[in-house]
Each structure stands twice: as structure tokens, then as C-alpha cells.
Write a protein that binds this ligand. Sequence first.
Ligand code: CP
Length: 301
Amino acid sequence: VRHLLGIKNLTENDIHTILDTANQFKEVINRPIKKVPSLRDITIANVFFENSTRTRLSFELAEKRLSADVVNFSASGSSVKKGETLLDTVNNILAMKVDMIVMRHSSPGAPHYLSSRIPANVVNAGDGTHEHPTQALLDAFSMREKLGTLVGKKVAIIGDILHSRVALSNIFCLQKLGAEVMVCGPTTLIPKYIGELGVKIGHNVREALQWCDVANVLRIQLERQQIKYFPSLREYALYFGINRQMLDELDREIVLMHPGPINRGVELSSDAADSQHSIILNQVENGVAVRMAVLYLLAQQ
Ligand code: CP
């Protein structure tokens, strides 16, 4: 496998190999000397056509901790604004002797398009509403770290499923690792095809919280909505927002996750996001080790 384009085509074994390798890198980056020479002489370009905080920074840190050379490209402020195509842009970056492309793009399938046309490894850092494979891997890593195994565990993905690439990659990843998955949200934010993926579908957030071992909460992606948003953010917060009291009142401990960025007061109250139930910042920490593992394994191909 030369590219990481999505979770859909990975095997359970591939995922365990990535997570086990990430475990070793997590030990490395907790040492006083965090760097290893594994990717010395490899040059990686982080090519971002959409905004990002966590993914871009953690890829850059992962690359630097593997001793790779790194260049960062943002579409805003680039010659994309003068009409240069995606393929021309990337071919010009590759002409500067770049070996790997980490790419985020608003069009579903953009990294797949690129991977069949360029000689470099391609890592999908999020393609529109399609997949966000490294987010699903770091989520699975964080759940496995907290719960020991995902086999037989119940994970509720709560929020805007329709516009979410995190939801789709999580569903593929969690099912391959033996977890049971529910998606929960307003009918307008759950895509029609989702039932074909073998997930439970719910519309009541309290019932979802009662059912699950892990609640992975997603934000409302206003930037992807073509039509006037329904329900409104106020209605969403009222009927689907999760607060600390709802978590404290459950008869057993559940793990609260969110890929970020959080819209505080909409899908999560601050007292829930910052509570002892939350492993949100552990997810961010684990993202560096997981991305180190992905880049290291692809560089061996
Ligand atoms: N989780 C995630 O992809 O966050 P960013 O958009 O900040 O990278």
C-alpha cells in the first residue's frame, strides 16, 4: 500500500499494525529526546486546501519527530488563487524533490485522483464529506488505550453525520475492530445510505448515551451546508446538546470524545467537554504518534 486514502479498504490487520506502531512511537515522543531518524532524507509537503489546526500541526510535528524535511502549503495565499489546478500545483511541489504529499481538500476523492497521477505517496488528511482516515485511527487508538479493546464495545457517533468525514471513517474503522456503532442526530443530518453500513440509527441523545460505552460527538458543519440549516443551532443545542449533568446521571462511566474543533454550547457544554469523562485532549496527543506510524509505514513501501 503506497497511499493512505481511507479506512474503507484497510484490513483489520492493517489497522492493528498502524495502532501497534503508534504505541511504540507514543513511548518515543514521551522521552526527553523526542526525535528518531526514521525519515531522514525524506521530504514531505503538507498541502492544505481547507482550514485545519489539529491535523496540520500534528502531521508537521509527526514529520519533524521522524526527522523528515517539511514544507507547508496553504491554498489561501498561493497561486491556486490565480487559477492553477490541483495537479499542476502538486506536480510543481514534486518538482522540488518532495517524496510524500499529505493533503486536505474540500472535494471528496481529491487524494484518490492525485494518487493515480503522481509518483509520490499520498496521505488523505480529510477529503470533503468523504473520509478522514488518520482521525479515525487516532480515535480508535484512544479508545483502545482507554478500554483495552474495541471488540464488543458500543460507540455512539452523535451529531452532524451527513456532512462528516470523521463519521464515515470511524464507522469503517470501528466495525473492522469489532465494535458496534450507532449514529445519532436529527433526521435531517443523517444520510439515507447510512443504514446500509450496518449501524444502528438513533434520534434521541439520552438513549444513545444510555446505550454506549463511548460517545464520539461531532460538530455541526455549517460551512458544508448548501441549504438553510435545520434545525437551528439553538434547537440543536436544546435537543442534541450534551452537558455534564447528562453524563453524571448515567448509571455507568462512559468515555466522551470529540475530533475538534468544538462548538462549545452547541453539541457540548463546556462543563461536559472539560469533565473527567472527556478524553478530547488525549485524542489530540495521540494524533502525533498515529500520524508518525502512518508516515513511517508508508515510507517502507
Ligand atoms: N479534527 C480535525 O480534523 O481538526 P482540524 O480541522 O483542526 O484539523
